[in-house]
Design a protein around this ligand. Structure first.
Ligand code: DON
Length: 580
């Protein structure tokens, strides 16, 4: 086209272009290649990457990789480090799931979900009239389920680790004993959960300094937790499940009116399960099987959209949002009925994920009108076939990937710190249905399949996921956020695989959440523009009164152009990606 210009105009335009390029050159350097909105660039690394919610923990993971450890060593080191640097969710007193893909192409799912203590049964949280006792499953000593994290980390290390156990625990032990400087996100995390911690004297003493609140720049030392980590470093998981820590924990729980016994701890086992596998277009998806509902719902939602060209709808358009929300409602309706611990109840996965069932569900979406949730019933599979969690993702230079989500359930779990151990205890019992048909703290309705029984694992939404293309891993991700986890993972997966966003953009792009009941959409601040909202409301959608950020995705995506991994960490929170 320039050739058609008169020569003087041609040179003038060349000079102008050169000037513009020079002036804006540094800006180009700072831009992600296909940035969305105000997102920052991903972090690229020629070797390993560690994405976590806590910069100190990300650095622990990267330093373990630099010392010759693999992704499993780093994952164990990070799991323990987050218990020190991100106590709202990082934990020894909780549980979770680790999805592993090793460099030999094998995958595995380590289920270290908490279990109900032997003394808990179906009616554990009901009063004499059969009504739910408010708060009993969410706060204090009776809310605690038998923790699984230490067993899970030990199993991960035993199966895949290369470095000595003592070495991978050391960074966490030092962070606890020597302390670390707290930043704004740490202080804000404590401030927003003060009320929960205040009720329990040990938690109050450790985390609220008996009223002398931590300020940005203060050093936070956790002596009791340092003691516990030293015991675990010396004696392995037995310190926690039968040794000195077990005795202190059980004494503290008994004193507070809880029911966990030494036998509950001794009997706890982390288990290996086959990851749930499915496809979306040309991609193979490895994700969380029951007792998580997350993987099944993720595959169902991707399956419903298999034939849709979501890119053509346009990210964030009313049509795009409508399709996603209607898909979510249908998947969550089935969650309410059909899932539970696979060691206790059957999960009708084959039927739930059957392409013809998902195609029928998709066909039932009216593209111009929202279906009220009351009209969406859970599918019938009855003829039986035979606010806090944290996720981190690690890839090493050999291609081993760990996608790990673990939790205390609510932020700071039950609020209880077991005396003499520095260990915060979970409130995972609330993930059971205390009374079928009554919502839990996330407003989730669940069936009898998820009723409490001794040693049973509560149904989860945690969705650690790894995606492969042509047999090679290309994406690994996960998130906290209760039921919003599933939709966060769903949307970031679509953002990368279907819309081609870079990983940081995909994470930061505004998300929506619908969980069937209550029948309303949760959106993020500035996430839906008013015109789009109006169109959606005219289609029959309800929006929640408040909008807030949900999820905190930590992920890695293989960058085909640069031939290396890129990492992203939700920029609305305090996390970071560290490079090996
Ligand atoms: O397993 C679950 O589904 C919940 N206990 C997760 C809790 C959670 O993500 C809270 N985070 N913000």
């Amino acid at each position: 086209m320039n050739d058609a210009l008169p020569r003087t105009g041609f040179f003038r335009s060349r000079i102008l272009t050169t000037l513009v390029l020079w002036i804006t050159f540094p800006l180009f350097l700072l831009q992600p290649s296909q940035g969305y909105g105000a997102s920052r660039a991903p972090v690229w690394g020629p070797r390993g990457l560690v994405a976590t919610v806590s910069p100190a923990a990300s650095e622990v993971g990267a330093s373990i990789l630099r010392q010759g450890g693999n992704a499993a060593d780093a994952a164990v080191a990070v799991g323990f480090a987050l218990a020190v640097t991100w106590p709202a969710a990082g934990n020894l007193g909780g549980g979770g799931f680790a999805l592993v893909r090793s460099q030999d192409g094998k995958s595995n799912f380590i289920d270290y979900r908490e279990t109900a203590p032997a003394a808990a049964d179906k009616n554990f949280y009901l009063d004499a009239k059969g009504e739910i006792i408010p708060g009993a499953s969410t706060r204090g000593f009776r809310a605690i389920a038998t923790p699984g994290t230490v067993a899970g980390m030990a199993l991960l290390h035993k199966k895949y680790g290369k470095l000595p156990w003592k070495k991978v625990i050391e960074p966490a032990r030092r962070l606890a004993v020597e302390g670390f400087i707290v930043d704004q996100s740490f202080v804000s995390m404590l401030e927003s959960h003060k009320e929960r911690l205040e009720k329990f004297p040990v938690s109050r003493r450790i985390f609220l300094k008996n009223g002398k609140d931590l300020k940005v720049g203060d050093r936070f030392v956790q002596t009791d937790l340092g003691w516990s980590l030293t015991q675990i470093q010396k004696s392995g998981e037995s310190a926690f499940y039968s040794g000195t820590i077990a005795k202190r924990m059980v004494a503290a729980i008994k004193k507070g009116g809880g029911v966990i016994t030494l036998d509950d701890l001794k009997n706890y086992k982390a288990v290996e399960r086959a990851p749930l596998e499915g496809r979306y277009k040309n991609y193979q998806i490895l994700t969380a099987p029951p007792p998580s509902s997350g993987g099944a719902l993720l595959l169902a939602m991707l399956g419903m959209l298999e034939k849709d060209d979501v890119q053509a709808l346009g990210f964030g358009s009313a049509a795009y949002n409508h399709l996603l929300v209607e898909t979510m409602k249908r998947a969550f309706a089935d969650r309410s009925e059909w899932f539970g611990d696979p060691d206790f109840v059957q999960n009708p996965l084959k039927k739930f994920l059957a392409p013809d069932y998902l195609a029928k569900r998709r066909a039932n979406i009216n593209m111009s009108k929202a279906t009220p949730s009351q009209e969406i019933k859970p599918g019938d599979f009855s003829d039986k076939e035979s606010q806090d969690t944290t996720h981190y993702t690690i890839v090493d230079a050999q291609g081993m990937i760990i996608s790990n989500t673990y939790t205390l359930n609510g932020s700071f779990g039950s609020g209880v710190t077991a005396e003499g151990t520095g260990i915060l205890m979970n409130n995972e019992m609330d993930d059971f249905s205390s009374k079928p048909g009554s919502p839990n703290m996330y407003g989730l309705l669940q069936s009898d399949r998820n009723a409490i029984a001794p040693k049973k694992r509560p149904l989860s939404s945690m969705t650690p996921t790894i995606v492969l293309e042509g047999g090679k891993p290309i994406l690994a991700l996960g998130s906290p956020g209760g039921p919003t986890i599933i939709n966060s993972v769903f949307q970031v997966t679509l953002n990368t695989l279907a819309l081609g966003m870079d990983i940081q953009t995909a994470i930061d792009a505004p998300k929506l959440h619908h969980q069937w009941m209550p029948d309303r959409i949760l959106s993020e601040p500035w996430g839906v523009n008013p015109d789009t909202k109006k169109i959606m409301q005219s289609m029959g959608h309800n929006f929640g009164d408040r909008s807030f950020h949900f999820g905190d995705v930590q992920a890695v995506l293989y960058d085909k152009e640069r031939k290396q991994w890129s990492g992203g960490s939700d920029s609305r929170h305090g996390g970071s990606v560290a490079v090996e």
